[in-house]
Design a binder for this molecule. Structure first.
Ligand SMILES: Cc1ncc(COP(=O)(O)O)c(C=O)c1O
Length: 370
């Protein structure tokens, strides 16, 4: 696994991260990494190019097996392959989950959170109820009693959109916490949609607990997963919704009519990573731990910011104690970070440390300027 120190050539290939802002700014915003994916990705693409015909595709025979094996070996979750619904992305999966439940008018979602946790309920014309998260030593945590109270007060069908590991806090929720959430969902008859796209980017010894592993298979839950963050292949839209409860799954499947499907290459690349990408992944985690430490060292020099990095992701959440223009403040110094407002905090920014140590050090040096 190798970082590209300053991959300006990504602009020529229309990278969202590298093409959206002036060239003098170092982009540490949208969540992809400045490295090539595991070698199996290139091999898979080369085989497809050598074949040279690009017609309609179908789900590869071993795609589900790859997920079943992956969930069993890495997350101790035994699933039935029939529970899997392949979809073209986790964010579309959030939206399909709400489309499948027009009766649910209220959606609880963590705040701060990845912007689509607000946008999807809004665009689906549901009322968004933030679950306030609080800064803790290793991440952002909710009060589960408060979630229970919010649902009690609603007295109407609701969905909970959950994110574990959490973006932007990097929190890895414990088995006890997931169990509490599952029980709250069951007590209130709420649908739980758990976005677990970061499940395989845990940097420490913590274990990822898939929500669907703890919930009874009769409870309506939708667990969304993908290989795209883990292996840096976000340009290939491919994800899975894992839905044990048959009626919930059928409703979700009904939303798939006339929707874009996973492309043959995206299926093939995902399957190859789940099978052959783990040596690369081992090196990646080591590199990300080093970068996280660099960010934490920077944070100790900057008490004017409250910096949250959790046990997972390649993200740091930086809350300013002093300014509301924090994103523009850093942009003027030549570093483009994700502004906090769409996440739910006007005084914060999110930094992506999935880049070379040289790029990260240069960005933090620029951010030092007062
Ligand atoms: C929590 C979370 N969910 C979903 C996504 C995007 O998912 P997809 O590209 O599969 O739609 C991201 C991307 O950063 C994310 O952080």
């Amino acid at each position: 696994m190798h970082w590209h120190p300053n991959p300006t050539e990504r602009r020529a290939f229309h990278s969202l991260k590298w093409s959206s802002f002036p060239e003098q700014e170092l982009p540490l915003w949208v969540a992809d990494m400045d490295c090539a994916p595991p070698p199996c990705v290139t091999t898979t693409i080369e085989a497809s190019v050598a074949h040279g015909i690009f017609g309609y595709g179908s789900e590869p025979k071993h795609f589900r097996d790859a997920w079943v094996t992956h969930l069993q070996t890495r997350h101790d979750w035994e699933i039935d392959p029939d529970w899997i619904v392949p979809i073209a992305g986790v964010v579309p999966g959030m939206r399909f989950s709400l489309m499948a439940h027009p009766d649910i008018r209220h959606v609880l979602a963590p705040s701060p959170a990845y912007p689509y946790f607000q946008t999807v309920p809004r665009i689906e014309q549901r009322t968004h109820h933030p679950i306030k998260l609080h800064h803790q030593a290793w991440g952002l945590e909710p009060s589960f009693d408060a979630i229970d109270d919010q649902l009690k007060a609603l007295k109407a069908p609701a969905a909970i959109l959950w994110c574990n590991p959490q973006n932007p806090g990097g929190t890895v929720y414990s088995s006890n916490q997931i169990q509490q959430l599952v029980s709250i969902g069951a007590n209130h008859g709420s649908l739980i949609v758990s976005d677990e796209i970061w499940a395989d980017l845990i940097l420490d010894d913590d274990q990822h607990i898939p929500l669907g592993r703890l919930a009874p298979t009769t409870q309506p839950t939708i667990t969304l997963m993908a290989a795209t963050k883990t292996f840096n292949i976000a340009g290939f839209g491919c994800a899975v919704a894992i839905i044990p409860e048959p009626a919930t799954r059928q409703r979700f499947l009904d939303t798939q009519i006339a929707m874009p499907h996973v492309t043959p290459l995206a299926y093939a690349v995902t399957e190859s990573c789940l099978r052959d990408g783990w040596d690369w992944h081992h090196e990646l985690l080591q590199a990300l731990r080093t970068n996280r430490q660099t960010v934490l060292d920077w944070a100790t020099q900057h008490p004017e910011y409250e910096v949250t990095t959790g046990h997972a992701t390649f993200l740091a959440w930086i809350e300013s104690h002093q300014r509301t223009d924090v994103s523009e403040h850093f942009a003027k110094r030549g570093v483009r970070l994700s502004p906090g407002k769409p996440f739910g905090s006007e005084t914060a920014v999110r930094l992506n440390f999935g880049c070379s140590p040289a790029t990260l050090s240069e960005a933090l040096r620029r951010m030092d300027a007062r």
